[in-house]
Design a protein around this ligand. Sequence first.
Ligand code: ZN
Length: 274
Amino acid sequence: MPELPEVETIVNGLHAEFKGKRLEKIEVSDPTLLRNTSEEEMGKRIIGSDLKRVTRRGKYIVLKFSDEDFVAIHLRMSGRLLALDPKDSAEHERISFYFADHNKKITMDNTRRLGTLDLLKTLDDEPLDSLGLEPFADEYTWENFNEIFFTTRPVKVLLLDQNRITGLGNIYASEILFRAGLDPTKPGEEVSEEEKKRLFTLIPRVLTEAINNKGTTLNDYQDSSGESGSFQDFLRVYGKEGGPCPECGAEIVRIEQGGRSTFLCPNCQDWDDD
Ligand SMILES: [Zn+2]
């Protein structure tokens, strides 16, 4: 699933390509991806408007057409948002936005039909309203960060909870906890001040490194121009079960937490299985 760096890379590509272009037509081949809106409502509200800005909130890609019209797209698993020649078709084309006098369209290409599209009046509408702390926003302060730890749930699980902190998924949560030398199973409320400070610094740092590498491509992630990311070359533990820890050489272990894989070094992260 695309995480914050992959979504940010898609957003940057789309903003550069489509900012200021006038929306001419929307083609919906799969209406099941539309939530709380219809093709007809979208047509009435946004066709004929200029795309003002492409931004991101958590893992949502947000197309702003006016101060009261925002399209929020979530790609879920194996979804892509591509800038294509209007004459070309993506393999699993679900929804496409065509622009006047422009040689590209925005196409939602979703193999597994799990993506979603919402049309919102404000950025505080559902589903964006429940999202937690944004790692690159002004609200990302030490005081606010501290609050996400008031839980008995394991620190890895709380880092994935989009209502506490947004943007992290399995890959970056595993990498950040490894760099922090922190046991992913430690309950949130037992994480020390020192460990929290490390996480507070490492979260934006690792995400920035990944954005600079245009994200991580392990399976099918591509940016809006169909390019792969390169941060997979810099992963230290994610997907490296059985291999040596880059710090100490101990064998990297994969555990399951909440049905998701966590990769860790038992030695560097002071973890044992009882
Ligand atoms: Zn190690």
